[in-house]
Design a protein around this ligand. Structure first.
Ligand SMILES: [Zn+2]
Length: 217
């Protein structure tokens, strides 16, 4: 290989693998109380969402290059039932829900928390992963971002994959004992989920880990 060919190959590899900060669009479709609260809390919403994107990627991956390229990430705030949902790279966030949170006095924190949870769905790998674990990882990232909801607490009983904060608290416990667990798990889910991942990464199966967690508080 001559020198020029080598340089061309090196540049190509760099362009292909180099992380690009995803583009973000934010659209507020309405004039209700929730839409107003969103606009008031985040006058520079595009920058806020971009920061959430980077925070989530840094919590999910050891290296930003490992994150999937999702193109432009869209956030739409509009009146609807429920809290929020994510389909591929589009997050729909309910202004009806935002309005309900206003009286709590922590609407901004809650909006950041919900956006962090949904943004995790945009960037996490999910090949045949149990739904409870997917939701647990999304709340785990929210927890590690310092945005846990005040009512979250460790609970006795239940199942490890009950989802949301129940699974998030369990993951937090195991990840503290075995650092990088959630990052390693998530990265392995680009291939597919297997129960054996627990034993492989922690030396114990998931139920033994959950028993240990249950006895820890
Ligand atoms: Zn979710």
């Amino acid at each position: 290989m001559n020198k020029i060919t080598f340089i061309v190959i090196l540049v190509c590899i760099t362009v292909v693998t180099c992380f690009q900060v995803p583009n973000v669009t934010v659209e507020v479709r309405g004039e209700d109380e929730g839409c107003k609260a969103f606009k008031q809390s985040f006058p520079d919403s595009k920058r806020v969402v971009q920061e959430i994107v980077l925070r989530v990627i840094d919590l999910l991956y050891k290296n930003r290059d490992q994150a999937p390229d999702k193109g432009t990430v869209k956030v739409i705030v509009r009146p609807m039932d429920g809290v929020a949902y994510t389909a591929n790279n589009e997050i729909n966030f309910s202004s009806t829900y935002i309005a309900k949170v206003i009286p709590s006095g922590r609407v901004k924190e809650e909006m950041l928390g919900v956006l962090t949870h949904e943004m995790t769905h945009v960037f996490q790998y999910n090949v045949q992963v149990p739904g409870g674990l997917i939701e647990g990882i999304a709340d785990f990232i929210r927890l590690r971002a310092g945005l846990a909801a005040p009512h979250w607490k460790k609970e006795h009983g239940g199942k490890w994959d009950a989802g949301y904060q129940k699974t998030a608290m369990f993951l937090d416990f195991v990840d503290k004992k075995r650092p990088e667990l959630v990052r390693d798990m998530n990265y392995s889910f680009r291939l597919r989920y297997q129960d054996s991942i627990w034993k492989k990464l922690t030396g114990k199966d998931v139920n033994a880990n959950f028993d240990e967690y249950q006895k820890s508080f």
